[in-house]
Design a protein around this ligand. Sequence first.
Ligand code: GTP
Length: 304
Amino acid sequence: MNNEINPDATGAFRSGYVAILGAPNAGKSTLLNRMLGQKLSITSKKPQTTRNRILGVVHRQSSQMVFLDTPGIHRARNPLNTRIVDAALSTLAEVDLILLVVDAINPDKASEQLLLEKLDQHQRPVVLALNKIDQVQRPALLSQIEHWSAAFDFSAVVPISAKRGEQVDRLLDAMEAALPPGPPFFPPESLTDLPMRFIAAEMIREKAIRLTGQEIPYAVAVTVDLFKEEKNGALARIHATIHVERDSQKGIVIGKNGAKLKQIGEAARQEIENLLATKVFLKLFVRVQKNWTKDTKALRKFGY
Ligand SMILES: Nc1nc2c(ncn2[C@@H]2O[C@H](COP(=O)(O)OP(=O)(O)OP(=O)(O)O)[C@@H](O)[C@H]2O)c(=O)[nH]1
């Protein structure tokens, strides 16, 4: 065991895998980023931007939590959504604890009902985070706490603001208490075991979605075609392709005289440089792949 890890007074160290579940837009990515203290999962004002399972590790003095970030569970309407739901549900069998995030401003009753039914079958401890309390009046919050406490036998119900970081420590305390005793899975310095090329692809996808505003829907995927570290890691050469569904979307992503693509590349490059702590040469391409969100074969290629 590493010297930096100090078991609590009883000598018990707790560890476990944690699945983050919740309706689209509940704030799962924001909360995960807050807990990890570093931006890994992507956030956006539009729902359903998290399509991949992201593994991050939170180290505390007396516990270690390994997070599996899952996409929002909602009713599947096309093959992409079916895969999202399958991925989210299959995560439950692998974890020691489930963290359910609910948007306290706009609880998505249908999604949450579906979720609670699934959670019942899994017999795992569930901690409920009632998120976005910065936007909710106290009486409304109290009635929500009552509602959820009656709806399910949660290990704990903790009101939080992921955005402001309010009560997030209390949430981590409650989660820690619900974990089984056990040694840490990873050395303390590991924030994530995600390969860097995956992180790079996520950063580019986030910038493409953010910088094209409302014009580009979820029909955006990014593949990293080349990721080469040079000069003993002082430089990373990255070639990536932004895949869209239609010619019109390609035009939007490229922009007038290539201005938009340049902006996306610049923003993504800076973020990847910060994360890798190296200089990055980033080259972006845009490709039209008709109907990729409906095409199961294409989905597999993009890793969904
Ligand atoms: N007011 C407020 N807004 C929040 C809070 N936490 C998250 N949000 C906002 O809610 C929106 C959705 O947050 P995300 O973290 O992307 O939500 P998500 O659950 O990961 O969404 P999906 O990827 O669609 O599953 C973003 O605009 C966040 O800024 C909070 O505590 N308070």
